[in-house]
Design a protein around this ligand. Structure first.
Ligand SMILES: Nc1ncnc2c1ncn2[C@@H]1O[C@H](COP(=O)(O)OP(=O)(O)OP(=O)(O)O)[C@@H](O)[C@H]1O
Ligand SMILES: [Mg+2]
Length: 246
């Protein structure tokens, strides 16, 4: 089924379920700069609602088109990841009118950011970084650009009994509002650069983590790695120059 027909089905579903999915039944647990995140229940399952509220400083028309684009990007990327075997929250419902996306909520999760901060074992950190590299490599091999790669946007899902392992299945990518499809190496290089910057500003072991992420990336993206890495270096050099100029 193509994405357009899926949008249509979601819109019809949305109308039918509008009354059920009242945010009054949801609990706000995070207020960010872009969105409010709520937790609730959808058809008996834990559900997360992400509401992209209007920004007062933007012209309403522009605000509407940016928000619609973010919601569309997020829902499309989730469907594409699913097709590519990359784990993301399941997409339950998209409500363009109320600017809300309803997703599977992972009860037992820790963000990779928090996990890294509390992890003192080098080997664990190394295998986690390699897995993250595998994940991003796979994403890029399907030409999906995430657009906001940070360790807050990757979750580690714990087992029912609370046990935490680091396999492909335990890592979940989230927050696809800036995602898009692109085959060229340039955007993949930019994605890696965004991640490197985020790591440097968040983690003291950023350098080792990033080297291992690149090693993991290369494992699944051998053929294109050279080209993507050289684009990444170009983007990084441009970034440095900009910082020096001010
Ligand atoms: N599907 C999910 N299941 C459980 N928790 C989630 C899920 N999606 C997001 N979260 C939690 O909510 C936080 C924010 O989600 P998300 O990144 O989608 O929104 P955001 O507005 O971009 O926030 P941020 O600015 O922190 O990145 C995540 O860091 C995570 O802790
Ligand atoms: Mg986020």
């Amino acid at each position: 089924m193509d994405i357009r027909s899926m949008d249509l089905i979601y819109n019809l579903e949305m109308e039918r379920l509008n009354s059920i999915m009242d945010l009054k039944n949801f609990v706000l647990f995070k207020q960010g700069a872009e969105a409010r995140i709520y937790k609730g229940v959808y058809l008996g399952k834990p559900c997360l609602a992400k509401e992209r509220f209007p920004k007062k400083y933007r012209h309403p028309d522009l605000d509407h088109s940016i928000t619609t684009e973010r919601i569309r990007a997020e829902s499309r990327a989730i469907v594409r990841c699913k097709n590519a075997g990359i784990r993301t929250p399941m997409l339950y419902l998209v409500d363009y009118n109320r600017r809300i996306i309803f997703l599977e909520y992972f009860e037992n999760h820790i963000t990779v950011k928090d996990y890294i901060e509390q992890c003192s074992d080098e080997e664990t950190l190394k295998s986690l970084s390699l897995r993250i590299g595998n994940l991003i490599g796979k994403l890029h091999s399907k030409n999906i650009i995430h657009g906001d790669l940070t360790t807050s946007n990757i979750l580690l899902i714990k087992k029912g009994d609370g046990e935490l392992t680091i396999t492909k299945k335990d890592l979940v990518l989230i927050d696809f509002g800036l995602a898009h499809l692109e085959t060229s190496a340039e955007d993949k290089g930019v994605d890696l650069y965004v991640l490197e910057r985020a790591l440097i500003s968040t983690h003291s072991a950023a350098k080792e983590i990033f080297i291992n992420i690149l090693n993991g990336y290369k494992e699944v993206n051998k053929n294109n790695f050279k080209e993507i890495y050289s684009k990444f270096e170009e983007v990084r050099a441009r970034g440095r120059k900009r910082t020096m100029v001010g």
